[in-house]
Design a protein around this ligand. Structure first.
Ligand code: FAD
Ligand code: NAP
Ligand code: HEM
Length: 509
């Protein structure tokens, strides 16, 4: 048996960018590849790419006949035209749909439509999340995931093995229904960053407008030229500290929520859930803003820009000068400048450490306790030091003019960080902490009360009560009257739950 015969055979329909990249990758992963083209006689693969000289180029029909595993590497719009003549020949074969959509759809997926076109074959959705470039160039990509969905479990396993052979990481998504999610994946554009970025931009604009009002409209403190660094630096660092506090405020809200309901077995409101899930992005945005602030501050660090941080120098020029008069000017920082720098630098180093722990290579080396220590304890320490940095700057002014404290931007930007730290302190008090820990270990204040009652605002939560025994959905009244909390809750996604009056009307797929 020749070495070529020992290779497993796969077919690829299409000879475009993705088909060629796939063919190369499959060949180098030990597969015998056949490309199926509408006009094989007019194409010379080796002329396009030398690496493809080992790949056979046949007609679509011959390609389908020769292989039991076939990749469908054509645009979805052309699939129907391409497959109509070959429906019978595809019977029992594994057909891998790699196509992507231009717009997301929650109604159906390309793969489900392909399965309808050729019901006799096992359609598998896979590889659509890998670009032709990555397929061709990124051979060391074992962290790249390939999402796989098919109604045939055996076919999913076969495709998962092919993905592994190609040095990708297969992820089984189950039935072909999941192709809807898989096809949405390449269309995502940093969805988890949108909320946090929008928040940071909003806060930045609010601070900047306030600073412009204070420095240029209410009084003329600076020239317009100082807008680009001096004033912008202030707006950036104030947004940075606000975002940092918001990152650490979320868990206090979660604690208040759990104390209020007396249980942890209740889903947070959607806004709180989103807030908790967005803390990583909020933390990283605050880190980026503070880094910009540090760079800007260091660049403009001088007695001219920060007069209150330096000892003032007064030079008296004699009236009747008969000889050259030398002026030596060297100004040392005062205690305020030095202390603010020191505390700021320590705070920044702590933030850098927290940031480093989010790199996967570092995260993997930490256990849960170490991760929590770095993120939670050190995070609060960084916030405390940041507040200290601002306090050192503001305190002398606040003490000398306490009646004007509400006008101080230094004071205004430290209100939220103070609230965050005080709430953390309050929930760390032994009596409160013990109670919260009890709740988090599963204890409930109203053990005889039905949990479904707590989750009652179903129409807002996207939750629905289901009687598992009867297998039917229940009205709100039924859910609230559930005996012994035996009614499980199932998340069906907000948009699918439509509650009219007090009864649930459900559009569950
Ligand atoms: C530079 C930087 C990088 C960051 N990187 C990350 C990151 O990679 N990943 C990340 O998650 N955060 C990250 N953060 C955000 C932040 O550091 C962490 O979320 C940190 O764990 C928050 O600590 P915490 O004490 O406020 O809350 P936690 O330690 O999360 O929570 C305190 C308590 O609240 C309860 N609680 C919190 N959330 C829930 C919940 N969803 N359900 C039930 N109970 C809950 C828990 O019982 C917990 O004991 C980063 C922050 C910064 C500044
Ligand atoms: N490019 C990527 O990075 C990438 C990444 C992930 C997924 N995908 C998916 O892979 C599929 C192919 O993408 P591609 O970039 O390789 O596209 P492409 O370069 O345009 O190639 C498409 C191929 O389809 C074949 N085809 C069959 N019927 C056709 C028809 N009626 N009209 C035109 N061509 C027809 C053609 O080959 P013959 O002329 O030889 O028949 C053509 O070479 C798409 O579904 C895409 O969504 C692409
Ligand atoms: C975690 C780190 C830091 C945070 C959160 C932070 C935050 C802040 C905030 C909110 C202010 C505004 C105070 C005000 O004027 O009302 C400020 C001012 C300032 N910070 Fe920082 N800072 C940090 C680190 C640093 C570092 C490392 C330096 C540089 C050594 C620095 C230098 C300055 C300077 C010079 C000002 C005065 C700005 C001005 O008045 O225009 N900061 N900082």
């Amino acid at each position: 048996m020749s070495s070529k015969e020992q290779r497993r055979r796969v077919g690829i329909l299409g000879t475009g960018d993705f088909a060629r990249a796939l063919a190369k990758r499959l060949f180098f992963s030990g597969y015998d590849v056949i490309l199926g083209s509408r006009k094989p006689e007019k194409k010379a693969m080796s002329a396009i790419d030398q690496c493809l000289c080992n790949v056979q180029l046949l007609s679509v029909e011959e390609c389908i006949k020769s292989a039991s595993i076939i990749f469908l590497a054509v645009h979805f719009d052309n699939v129907k035209e391409l497959l109509t003549e070959h429906v019978e020949k595809l019977e029992g074969k594994i057909l891998i749909d790699v196509s992507n959509r231009d717009r997301p759809s929650s109604v159906t997926s390309n793969a489900e439509l392909v399965q309808k076109m050729v019901p006799s074959c096992k359609v598998v959705k896979a590889f659509n999340v890998i670009s032709a470039y990555a397929m061709e160039n990124d051979y060391n990509s074992s962290s790249k995931q390939v999402f796989i969905a098919s109604n045939c479990e055996g076919a999913r396993d076969v495709v998962a093995n092919i993905a592994k052979d190609m040095n990708f990481r297969p992820v089984d998504f189950g039935g072909l229904f999941a192709a809807r999610r898989i096809e949405k994946h390449p269309l995502r554009l940093f969805p988890e960053w949108r909320g946090p970025l929008g928040f940071a931009v909003g806060v930045f604009n609010a601070w900047l407008l306030y600073l412009i009002y204070i420095y240029y409209i209410a009084e003329s403190k600076y020239q317009w030229e100082q807008l680009f660094v001096k004033v912008l630096n202030k707006a950036i660092c104030m947004t940075g500290i606000t975002t940092l506090s918001v990152t650490y405020l979320a868990s206090s809200f979660a604690t208040v929520f759990q104390i209020y309901y007396g249980t942890k077995h209740i889903r947070f409101s959607r806004w709180l859930d989103k807030w908790l899930k967005n803390r990583k992005q909020l933390g990283l945005i605050s880190f980026a803003l503070i880094s910009i602030h540090v760079i800007m501050s260091v660049l403009i660090m001088s007695p001219t820009y920060f007069s209150s941080w330096y000892h003032s120098t007064e030079i008296t020029v004699p009236v009747n000068l008969t000889a050259p008069f030398k002026i030596k000017q060297g100004t040392w920082m005062n205690w305020k400048g030095e202390a603010a720098c020191l505390v700021g630098i320590i705070a920044y180093v702590v933030l850098c450490f927290i940031c480093a722990t989010t790199f996967p290579s570092v995260t993997d080396t930490l256990n849960w306790r170490e991760w929590r220590f770095a993120q939670s304890k050190m995070g609060h320490a960084a916030l405390l030091l940041s507040v200290g940095h601002v306090l050192v700057m503001g305190l002398p002014g606040w003490l000398s003019k306490p009646h004007l404290i509400y006008k101080s931007i230094t004071f205004l930007c430290s209100i939220l960080p103070w609230i965050t730290l005080l709430l953390k302190l309050l929930f760390s008090l032994p009596c409160v902490d013990r109670y919260v820990m009890k709740l988090r270990k599963g204890w409930e204040r109203h053990e005889n009360k039905c949990r479904a009652d707590c989750v009652r605002p179903v129409k807002h939560e996207g939750y629905v009560a289901i009687d598992m025994n009867a297998g039917k959905r229940m009205s709100c009244q039924d859910a609230c009257a559930c005996p012994d909390d035996k009614i499980p809750m199932m998340n069906i996604g907000g948009s699918d739950c439509d509650c009219a009056s007090d009864d649930l009307v459900l559009n569950v797929p």
